[in-house]
Design a protein around this ligand. Structure first.
Ligand SMILES: *[C@@H]1O[C@H](CO)[C@@H](O)[C@H](O)[C@H]1NC(C)=O
Ligand SMILES: *[C@@H]1O[C@H](CO)[C@@H](O)[C@H](O)[C@H]1NC(C)=O
Ligand SMILES: *[C@@H]1O[C@H](CO)[C@@H](O)[C@H](O)[C@H]1NC(C)=O
Ligand SMILES: *[C@@H]1O[C@H](CO)[C@@H](O)[C@H](O)[C@H]1NC(C)=O
Length: 251
């Protein structure tokens, strides 16, 4: 908020007795101060030779506090400053005080979490982004990279204000760890027991079929492959996978 008043009339009146200032139709005594526009204090100065002038000597904050030109006062969660320029222009500037609350109503110094992000109400009611929080509760400070569930995760605030918590590396750059201890590249298929897995993003090996000894091909999910007198069956039920073999031989 900024209110400005420019003033200054200096008028010579040639009446030697009881010189008064005139301000918007009002007569003012020497040294009398009036408040105009609810924000500025104007003082009357007269000379014995009959000249007078009115001068802005200060401001008045909305709560009635008087502030001299060039001074500022902090009251409650607001700062009011009475600014005077060399040209004689005086402005009453209002800004948030150090202890001002944040737009969401949080108090100065208060911390809170929204989704996976932590904030603090900083000085002047400014919201500061301070950290990311993983689902397991682990905290990564803003601008840093940490581990969540074994993955490198970067917590950052971009120049456009957007905040993100995302994998520090390309999703496809992660290798999968097979049960035998070997590492598999993204897209690579490998056998683990009776299942065939494909290394997916973030190093997640996904079951794509079943594997049977001596059968040259992968048995696709929810399909049967018959070889000789044996049916190989690979099924997915919800999140469970199963591999079965049936014999076609009549008993
Ligand atoms: C009156 O006196 C003041 C201060 O001494 C001076 O600045 C001003 O010019 C004088 N005015 C007249 C009309 O003589
Ligand atoms: C903000 O910047 C980030 C990083 O440069 C970018 O990924 C994102 O799309 C941008 N968001 C908007 C709304 O511009
Ligand atoms: C696979 O074969 C088994 C045993 O004959 C049968 O119960 C099942 O329905 C078959 N599944 C499919 C997908 O054909
Ligand atoms: C999957 O397997 C688990 C453990 O054996 C079992 O409790 C669950 O009911 C199974 N789910 C389905 C959809 O069959």
């Amino acid at each position: 908020m900024l209110r400005t008043l420019v003033l200054l009339s200096t008028v010579a009146i040639l009446s030697t007795w009881a010189v008064k200032c005139k301000y918007e139709g009002q007569d003012l005594e020497n040294n009398q101060i009036i408040v105009v526009q609810n924000a500025f204090r104007i003082k009357c100065l007269t000379e014995d030779n009959g000249s007078w002038k009115t001068e802005i000597v200060g401001c008045v904050a909305p709560d009635g506090t008087e502030i001299d030109a060039g001074q500022k006062k902090e009251h409650g969660d607001k700062i009011h400053e009475c600014v005077k320029t060399e040209g004689g222009q005086v402005s009453l500037k209002e800004s948030k005080g150090r202890m001002a609350a944040c737009p969401g109503g949080q108090k100065n110094g208060e911390e809170w979490q929204e989704k996976s992000f932590k904030f603090r109400c900083g000085d002047g009611g400014v919201v500061k982004f301070i950290a990311c929080v993983g689902q397991d509760g682990s905290v990564i400070r803003a601008g840093e990279t940490g581990k969540i569930g074994g993955f490198d995760v970067k917590c950052e605030q971009h120049a456009n204000g957007t905040i993100t918590m995302q994998a520090a590396h390309e999703p496809k750059s992660y290798e999968c760890k097979a049960k035998d201890g070997s590492s598999k590249k993204n897209g690579e298929e490998y056998v683990e027991g009776n299942f065939v897995r494909k290394c997916g993003d973030y190093g997640q090996g996904k079951i794509v079929g079943c594997h049977a000894e001596n059968l040259g091909t992968t048995i696709p999910i929810n399909q049967n492959v018959t070889s000789g007198d044996v049916i190989f069956s690979c099924t997915k039920d919800g999140s469970n996978y199963s591999f079965k073999t049936y014999s076609l031989k009549a008993n």
